[in-house]
Design a protein around this ligand. Structure first.
Ligand SMILES: [Zn+2]
Ligand SMILES: [Zn+2]
Length: 305
């Protein structure tokens, strides 16, 4: 997230905070500055409520214009080329699946493989999102820029809606190009390509699904709203829970079908414990509350400019 300085401080009015005891495992005690103490079973439903913000319309629209002109949110020809190559490799995989199905007269298995690819892409997006939200930093080899972008996304989540299409997708499109191209060249199996084209296509587009989950209902296309409401794409309501305390759930961003399963089974908490006890690394979600997790509003950016 290069559009904003990473040293910006959290707003003082965002006072809902988590307090952790320094134990070798995540023991969570929640405090609130409000006079109403939340019951234990209300913890997961805590929300940050910003005080009423008096928006200066002119300054707000000026901020939107400056964001739209921010080079870090705009697509370059390099971004577009990587998205084009990713789309080409995925489309070629789909074409090979269809061609092999016609040759072999097998249709059910490739279709089921495609369905499996779609379902597992959601799981894959959740595991990847959990990993880069919680581990590493901008200096981490290979994943550094993605880690910086996803961790910065928690501070300025609304900027994803200002990001241009190829700018948002190019990093995943590059990964898809390098992984799917060899399969395209070496494999002619209808079932394998049925799986590969759906899995890789959903992974590549997951950042667009994510951006739509941050979209304003009145501004999203009706077909997107219908797919979100049907649970085919990650819904706005489900993903908004990921941006509220305790910031450790609802990581999946394709369809969200795995979110409840993973969160109820404490899948990621078990993984975090295993990594901690084996490698001694702590996920960011165990850390003391800090400014990196707390969202700053677009209005706060306006006041800082
Ligand atoms: Zn996240
Ligand atoms: Zn988000």
């Amino acid at each position: 997230m290069s559009i904003l300085p990473l040293h910006m401080q959290p707003l003082n009015h965002l006072q809902h905070a988590r307090v952790y005891h320094r134990l070798p495992f995540p023991s969570r005690v929640y405090c609130s500055t409000t006079t109403t103490k939340p019951r234990h079973d209300d913890v997961g439903r805590l929300t940050i409520e910003s005080p009423p913000v008096t928006l200066n319309t002119d300054r707000s629209s000026a901020t939107s214009r400056s964001l739209l002109n921010d080079p870090s949110l705009q697509s370059t020809w390099s971004h577009r080329a990587w998205v084009a190559s990713g789309c080409t490799t995925v489309s070629y995989s789909l074409a090979k699946s269809l061609a092999a199905s016609v040759d072999s007269h097998i249709w059910l298995e490739p279709l089921l493989a495609g369905l499996a690819g779609y379902v597992l892409a959601d799981l894959g997006s959740g595991v990847y999102h959990w990993g880069i939200d919680n581990y590493g930093d901008a200096g981490t080899p290979i994943f550094g820029s993605q880690i910086e972008a996803f961790q910065g996304h928690h501070k300025w989540p609304w900027t994803i809606t200002k990001r241009q299409f190829a700018n948002n997708l190019h990093a995943l499109a590059r990964v898809i190009t390098f992984t799917v191209l060899p399969i395209d060249l070496l494999c002619n199996d209808a079932v394998i390509h049925g799986f590969v084209c759906m899995f890789s296509g959903c992974i590549m587009c997951s950042q667009q699904f994510h951006a739509w989950a941050h979209g304003t209902k009145s501004k999203l296309p009706q077909v997107v709203l219908s797919l979100q409401d049907a649970g085919i794409l990650i819904s706005r309501a489900q993903h908004s829970a990921h941006h509220r305390p305790p910031y450790d759930n609802n990581y999946c961003i394709v369809s969200g079908v795995w979110n409840e399963i993973l969160d109820n089974s404490k899948f990621f908490e078990v993984l975090e414990m295993m990594l901690f006890f084996r490698l001694g690394v702590r996920p960011r979600s165990w850390s003391d509350p800090d400014s990196e997790w707390i969202e700053e509003s677009e209005a706060s950016l306006t006041t800082m400019q």
